[in-house]
Design a protein around this ligand. Structure first.
Ligand code: ADP
Length: 238
């Protein structure tokens, strides 16, 4: 579903954010992208959503070279991707229902279908009873659940989460990860960028580790701590 083919990204400032990154993520996988702050994790996400273009190399989603697609197709790409951020990015003047519905409105979902869909995704994240609440009346964990519901409204095949638990306490973080895991079990591919080592260790998912813009580990069911296990692939080189 996702393929990075020898991707380099140098920002205008001259910073080499990615240096020859290649990996492949299949449909239905749950993958952590880990690494220190500044290692290039967000850049990987931005290349998938076409917020940025690679300096060299190609990014494919479903065999489609998104790094080369025309600007007019970018909204179509983004319709198929659900985004989740560390700071939730909810609209403070809209209630829970309206925040979630907004994602369907901007792609022109018919009203009746939208109302039903929002109702379903609110149930999935356990917030149906908070439909009329405003974001600032919610805890951080509840706000992130709203953001997850919003990401699900257009039934994306791919969810990208950039430090989704960065503002949450450990217990709430676990419940958010459990929710993402449940969404993944229902067939959605999930990619989570994080430096939350405890969570990654516990979840035993595939881990792609990046250091200074290069992949230093791609491990099928590994933890964050860096020990090599039998299921670890050897260091990935291009
Ligand atoms: P991470 O998500 O792992 O913290 P990033 O992908 O955000 O890493 O950043 C990788 C490197 O690229 C860092 O050195 C960062 O300062 C730099 N960088 C990120 N975005 C930009 C930008 N828009 N312009 C210039 N440099 C950037």
């Amino acid at each position: 579903m996702i393929r990075f083919d020898n991707v380099y990204k140098t920002y205008r400032t001259g910073t080499d954010a990615l240096r020859g990154v290649s990996f492949h993520i299949d449909d239905g996988e749950f993958v952590f992208v880990i690494g220190k702050s500044g290692s290039g994790k967000s850049t990987i996400i931005k290349l998938m959503t076409r917020e940025e273009k690679p300096t060299e190399g190609v990014v494919y989603i479903d065999h489609f070279p998104v790094s080369r697609m025309s600007r007019t197709l970018i909204p179509v790409l983004r319709r198929h991707i659900g985004m989740i951020y560390q700071d939730f990015r909810l609209i403070e003047s809209k209630n829970v229902f309206e925040n979630i519905a907004f994602a369907g409105e901007i792609v022109g979902m018919p009203r009746k279908e939208l109302i039903q869909t929002v109702d379903i995704v609110m149930s999935v994240v356990g917030l149906r009873h908070k439909a009329a609440a405003m974001p600032l009346e919610l805890s951080g964990g509840e706000q992130q659940r709203v953001a997850i519901a919003r990401a699900m409204v257009n039934d994306p095949r791919l969810i990208l989460a950039d430090e989704p638990t960065g503002n949450l306490d450990p217990m709430t973080s676990e419940s958010i990860m459990a929710l993402l895991e449940e969404i993944n079990r229902n067939g959605t591919t999930v990619v989570v960028c994080t430096h939350d080592s405890n969570l990654v260790d516990r979840m035993q998912k595939r881990v792609i580790e990046i250091s200074e813009g290069q992949i230093c580990r791609d491990c099928k069911a590994g933890g964050y701590s860096g020990e090599t296990t039998d299921s670890c692939l050897p260091e990935v080189t291009v």
